[in-house]
Design a protein around this ligand. Structure first.
Ligand code: PBG
Length: 333
């Protein structure tokens, strides 16, 4: 045989062979553009008033409503795993129209903050959700006017009271997730006036009215009737995400966030390009629920899907990701 085997035939035209960098696991690891470091992950957790033992959340496999004791344990695990932080959500026993338990120093979220700060403060950044929906009898993120519409400016007064209570309970970063106009400026002003200049603001800058919050509503026993479309953004709008982020930057946000993550990677990428402060994204309950349900059916590889979803969020521009998989993903490092 005089003819050379096809594979040893020189191909002078093929200067570029991207496959060179994909040949082995070691090579792929070396050239990875994006990595999931535990410090770039924040674990959202739920604490419920008046329960004796942790309760599973049906639509969020593996996620619990915690007691104060089990919350301390999960906070310790988060610190040991090297996570960047923990985000607390409270589920109160009693609700009213104004969400009074939100700014009550003895309300479940403020008690939980004190407990977690005492346990892991300094090792892990302790953060709290600053919104009224868990605390109101009607389930809206604000107080209602006579016509039943969420009253923006009256709600800001409630948020400022909550902000001071949470800062006093030891929260280092407040997650403003209510989507009221002017909430960052109002909370910043109230914190400064109350002597909490060092408490940071994470603005849920671009937060969309999303079907992917479904399981979260079970997690917090949401009382919501109707929807949040008069304050959360319309999924049709991309440019508006930039407008919301710019306003929050102008009002003094320390960090801006896009939420949900996977269906809004375009918005995340836009915000990451414009922002002069850290950019975070929240992989919400419904995003995890889709992975869990498909994996339970044997339709996707669960761990590979989690990894790919988190990488896609990081690749789009998130410096840090809030994810229910934070502990699990931290263990992959
Ligand atoms: C509002 C809030 C919500 C989520 C985080 N903060 C719910 C909503 O806006 O309806 C959703 C998080 C998730 O779905 O994982 N307090």
């Amino acid at each position: 045989m005089t003819q050379m085997h096809a594979s040893s035939r020189p191909s002078p035209a093929l200067t570029h062979r991207p496959r060179r960098l994909r040949r082995s696991p070691a090579m792929r690891r070396l050239v990875a553009e994006t990595r999931l470091h535990p410090a770039s992950l924040v674990l959202p957790v739920f604490v419920r008033e008046g329960i004796e033992s942790p309760r599973p959340i049906t639509s969020m496999p593996g996620v619990m409503q915690h007691t104060l004791d089990s919350l301390r344990e999960v906070a310790t695990a988060a610190a040991e795993a090297g996570l960047g932080g923990i985000m607390l959500f409270g589920v109160p026993a009693e609700r009213d129209a104004e969400g009074s338990a939100g700014d009550d120093p003895d309300g479940i979220l403020n008690r939980a903050l004190r407990a977690v700060v005492a346990e892991v403060g300094g090792e892990l950044v302790v953060q709290s959700d600053l919104c009224l929906d868990e605390f109101t009898s009607h389930g809206h993120c604000g107080v209602l006017d006579a016509a039943g519409f969420v009253d923006n400016d009256a709600t800001l007064e409630r948020y400022t009271a909550m902000a001071v209570a949470q800062a006093e309970a030891g929260a280092e970063i407040l997650g403003l997730s209510g989507m009221m106009d002017g909430q960052v400026a109002a909370v910043r002003g109230a914190l400064e006036a109350a002597g909490h200049a060092d408490t940071g603001i994470l603005a849920y800058a671009a937060k969309y009215a999303s079907a992917f919050y479904g399981p979260f509503r079970e997690a917090v026993d949401s009382q919501l009737q109707g929807d949040r479309r008069s304050y959360q953004q319309d999924p049709a709008n991309r440019r508006e995400g930039l407008r919301e982020a710019q306003l929050d930057l102008d009002e003094g946000a320390d960090i801006v966030m896009v939420k949900p993550a996977m269906s809004y990677l375009d918005v995340l990428s836009d915000v990451a390009r414009l922002s002069t402060v850290p950019v975070w994204a929240y992989q919400v309950s419904g995003e995890a629920a889709m992975i869990e349900a498909a994996a339970q059916n044997g339709w996707i590889d669960r761990e590979a899907a989690i990894r790919e979803s988190l990488l896609s969020i990081a690749r789009a521009g998130a410096d840090t990701i809030l994810t229910y998989y934070a502990l699990e993903a931290a263990a992959w490092n």
